[in-house]
Design a binder for this molecule. Structure first.
Ligand SMILES: [Zn+2]
Length: 392
């Protein structure tokens, strides 16, 4: 199905990977197994733009996306993730000289990252997030104000020295419109720094992080595609970096005069991505087949396996493999207490706290993200659970 590129409007994107009927929301909290299995579903059909390099879901239907209070994706219950956010904040304060500055964060969630930036550099921060829930947010730095609304020319308030936006752009159906909007709010202030963080599609394509392909993400960015998008909006990239063991991509940029048309300048990495995209479908199928056979071997030999990590990756793993109690995966562990006693969207496994493993005595624990390996191994040792740890 032809679909123009949502970033540069090139008419030639072609699809290269399909994942039909996946749960629209991985992190929705279902209180019964039936409810979990009946969640709304949507199709994924990944297309790549030959002109700007953007990868996007050509089957995305924005009408299916309405975030609600039963949505839970907080990652800060993990010490590893908290340590990462702290070190990123420290790095930004020093490299961008964020001291006694005015900061803005778009899609600030519970405000904890903005709060850290303000504490570290004696900054003042304004966060924008229509889904902000003061009842669930932790204590915030007194220099932080959070507005339960979208950021825009009418709500931007006083000019900011630093605009930050993490893990939002991959959810935006028209990314160029969004970036143009951000550029407009910065106005004629050449010293403003714009910082974004998104999942790095290089991880998905190269390291086969295939459990990161989810319906909520309508866009998937490589460094070249992200740089072109920013340049098109009049935000000149200063630096892009691969962080979080290669899973996230960050960009820092400064405002310049927007170009007359979308810049399609070639990038040394373009050929690498073309080749990865061409081979992706086949490599994804091979990985899924390998996991089917591993789960069948575990179940066939009477060994109990559990999954650790009921975030997007874990939910996608279970739905891709359509794993249910018959394949031996009846439980999924998560450290986020808000998820306990709820059920996995699409497949219906119960989400349990790590402490339940003491009674379950699993033979194998399948972990969804290698960056949590040490943290999970330490918790298993504390619980006196002796299980083989496998990386999904
Ligand atoms: Zn494009």
């Amino acid at each position: 199905m032809p679909h123009p590129c949502p970033a540069c409007a090139d008419p030639r994107p072609s699809t290269f990977f399909d994942l039909p009927a996946v749960p629209v929301f991985c992190n929705i909290l279902s209180s019964t197994q039936d409810q979990a299995r009946a969640v709304p579903r949507g199709d994924i059909s990944l297309a790549s733009c030959p002109a700007c390099g953007l990868i996007f879901n050509a089957a995305f239907n924005p009408a299916l996306i309405t975030y609600s209070g039963t949505y839970e994706n907080a990652l800060h219950f993990s010490p590893h993730f908290r340590a990462y956010a702290q070190s990123l904040a420290q790095d930004l304060v020093s490299t961008c000289n964020l001291r006694r500055k005015r900061l803005v964060e778009l899609g600030c969630g519970d405000g904890s990252f903005l709060s850290t930036l303000c504490q570290l550099g004696d900054n003042r921060g304004t966060g924008f997030d229509p889904a902000f829930d003061p009842a669930r947010a932790g204590p915030l730095d007194p220099r932080v104000t959070i507005l339960q609304k979208l950021y825009g020319p009418d709500t931007a308030g006083e000019p900011a020295d630093f605009v930050c936006c993490r893990h939002v752009l991959e959810h935006i159906e028209r990314p160029l419109d969004f970036m143009t909007h951000v550029r407009r709010t910065v106005g004629n202030r050449p010293d403003t720094i714009v910082f974004f963080e998104v999942p790095d599609v290089a991880w998905t394509l190269e390291q086969l992080g295939i459990w990161d392909i989810i319906y909520e993400h309508c866009n998937y960015f490589s460094a070249p595609a992200l740089r072109r998008l920013f340049a098109a909006a009049g935000l000149e990239p200063i630096a892009t970096s691969s962080v979080y063991a290669g899973q996230f991509l960050t960009i820092r940029a400064r405002p310049v005069e927007p170009p007359a048309s979308f810049p399609h300048s070639p990038d040394p990495d373009d050929e690498r991505f073309r080749s990865l995209i061409a081979r992706f479908g086949q490599r994804q199928r091979a990985k899924v087949a390998e996991w089917r056979s591993r789960l069948a071997d575990l179940a066939g030999s009477g060994r109990r396996a559990v999954l650790w990590g009921a975030g997007s990756k874990g939910v996608t793993f279970l739905n891709t493999l359509a794993a249910d109690a018959a394949t031996g995966l009846a439980h999924i562990v998560d450290v986020n207490p808000r998820k306990h006693g709820h059920f996995v969207a699409g497949t219906g496994q119960e989400i349990i706290p790590p402490q339940r493993l003491t009674a379950l005595k699993p033979d194998a624990v399948i972990i969804m993200n290698p960056v949590y390996r040490d943290e999970i191994a330490a918790q298993l040792a504390d619980l006196n659970v002796h299980a083989q740890v496998l990386e999904a």
